[in-house]
Design a protein. Structure first.
Ligand code: NAG
Ligand code: NAG
Ligand code: NAG
Ligand code: NAG
Ligand code: NAG
Length: 495
């Protein structure tokens, strides 16, 4: 957000003469040790396993199976990639042909790794209720990030979270690990580009940026290594400093984000619809998808489309010469992202996946001032036309919920079968910049909270009912509950 610009410029004056030490994590003696694990839904029966190592692997491999003691399957790849200024290599392997909705155990092949577990994706069309979490604007904790006090007794040990960890949202995600099946994180992950806000890092920008990335993805690993972690870009993934400043080349233009997630996130899926046009559109969407920037996946009764609000549409904020000064992209051909979105939404067969959720970083509906108007101009019409049920954004550091709305006018049906999408802002997960005031109101706002870190759980109850619960991360207190009813009468929605 904007305040950072002044912080970066002001800090060197405060710390003139201070000794710089970026807190790079200690390299393990065994360089094959997996770090920064993250998994993702990669296809209808496929989970991808991503992890980093402090050396290049010739042949990254994962063993897996239905019991912790019978890891008889093995999948390998040759994908071990890095970029200048990174100390680590990003490895990825796809586990294909999995039984749906089944607990698997896996071990990244290394002389120093442990057995982890995941739940394989539900088949598109499985109408079993489930929940997903939306976490945006998360941030690193500890000396390089934001730390807050919390009650030690509330800390969960499964999966293991380091006792020094004071990040209430990651702790809550660990404590409730059995209550949700995957996480979406559209943008602003570790805030490594905020290294300038930590006085100790000020003279060592190149290492400070890498140190925060390494720490953050280590901190996230207990969650992201067990639950599919579906990411898309935010402004803080763009470069090592905002505006771009003197970042070395390896730290510009979403390089770490692409290296880390480019091979683990999916393209659009093949359609399982019997409708010919749906198959054609799904195939078109598959060709136009550009993971990790824009892509979609299906999971049970939900179709989720992840978007890039930073580059790749008219007047996008992070493009060369754009208002954020981030000098990034484009990543596709002109209009590719919007053509993808249209083909992708047109392909959704509501008999298979009645719910359609779209997620991106920058909102256009937000309390406290105007949101991203070029984003609204690019995307809102398509959301409405194809009957998107819920749009999830962040960027503004708090939690907000809006009544279904189109073109800044509330849908008269409210939460009872509206034609317009419902919108939420889920940017209150926690980061070094702190929370944003709720600020000025919009008439169709129904809830806004900025007193502590918080996040929403989105529950798909059945093909017609969805429930959103916002929780306070530090206590688990329920802050807001809403239910959306959608008839989903038509196999294909075009309005
Ligand atoms: C093995 O991995 C653990 C954590 O995963 C790490 O703390 C330890 O240093 C590693 N051991 C060696 C010999 O690299
Ligand atoms: C985390 O919280 C505990 C207990 O509130 C405190 O003692 C510790 O210093 C905190 N750690 C960090 C890194 O802030
Ligand atoms: C960013 O990367 C993309 C893809 O690698 C490239 O096409 C584009 O020109 C780059 N943009 C800038 C500003 O360097
Ligand atoms: C949006 O609302 C404005 C007036 O508030 C109107 O001029 C415009 O035509 C509307 N656009 C659409 C797509 O309905
Ligand atoms: C904004 O206004 C609406 C309608 O008057 C109200 O329901 C809502 O609580 C308000 N939100 C805030 C954050 O004040």
């Amino acid at each position: 957000m904007v305040s950072l610009y002044t912080s970066v410029k002001a800090l060197p004056l405060l710390v003139a003469g201070a000794l710089a030490t970026a807190s790079l994590p200690t390299k393990p003696a065994d360089l094959t040790t997996p770090v920064q694990q993250r998994i993702a839904v990669h296809g209808p029966n496929t989970i991808s396993i991503g992890w980093n190592t402090y050396e290049k692997l010739d042949r990254p491999c994962v063993q897996y199976g239905l019991s912790r003691f019978a890891l008889f399957e093995r999948a390998c790849s040759t994908s071990s990639i890095t970029y200048p200024t990174s100390r680590t290599w990003a490895n990825s392997v796809a586990l294909t042909g999995l039984f749906p909705a089944t607990t698997y155990y896996y071990k990244i092949v290394s002389s120093n790794s442990t057995v982890e577990q995941f739940f394989s994706p539900r088949m598109p069309g499985d109408k079993t209720p489930f929940a997903m979490n939306a976490i945006i604007d998360l941030g690193v904790y500890g000396a390089d990030g934001y730390t807050i006090q919390m009650d030690m007794s509330k800390r969960d040990t499964i999966p293991f979270i380091s006792p020094s960890m004071n990040h209430t949202t990651i702790s809550r995600l660990a404590e409730t690990i059995n209550d949700y099946e995957f996480i979406i994180h559209p943008g602003d992950m570790g805030y490594a580009d905020d290294w300038g806000m930590v006085p100790a890092d000020i003279d060592d920008s190149q290492n400070a940026y890498q140190a925060i990335l390494e720490q953050f993805f280590d901190q996230l690993a207990p969650i992201a290594g067990r639950k599919p972690y579906m990411a898309s870009p935010g402004n803080h993934e763009s470069a090592c400093q905002e505006p771009v400043g003197d970042c070395p080349n390896g730290q510009r233009n979403f390089t770490d984000f692409m290296t880390r997630f480019g091979n683990t996130l999916p393209t659009a899926f093949e359609s399982t619809s019997h409708n010919f046009e749906a198959k054609v559109n799904a195939n078109k969407a598959k060709l136009l998808a550009k993971p990790p920037f824009w892509y979609s996946f299906e999971y049970g009764m939900v179709h989720v489309t992840m978007l890039d609000t930073e580059t790749d549409f008219a007047d996008a904020p992070d493009i060369p010469g754009g208002p954020s000064g981030l000098d990034s992209g484009p990543f596709g051909a002109p209009n590719q992202q919007l053509q993808f979105l249209e083909a992708d939404l047109a392909a959704v067969d509501r008999k298979i996946t009645p719910w359609v959720i779209v997620a991106g970083h920058r909102p256009w509906y937000s309390t406290g001032g105007p949101g991203c108007l070029p984003c609204q101009a690019a995307f809102e019409g398509l959301f409405y036309k194809y009957g998107v049920d819920l749009a999830v954004f962040g960027h503004v550091h708090n939690s907000q919920r809006f009544m279904p709305v189109f073109n800044s006018t509330a849908d008269p049906a409210g939460m009872n079968n509206p034609k317009a999408p419902m919108y939420i802002v889920a940017g209150g997960a926690g980061n070094i910049e702190g929370l944003s005031d709720v600020g000025s109101n919009l008439s169709f706002n129904a809830f806004a909270y900025a007193d502590d870190y918080s996040y929403p759980t989105i529950k798909f109850l059945d093909p017609n009912n969805m429930q959103i619960d916002f929780f306070r991360s530090s206590t688990g207190e329920l802050l807001d509950r809403s239910k959306l009813y959608k008839a989903h009468k038509h196999q294909f929605t075009v309005q």
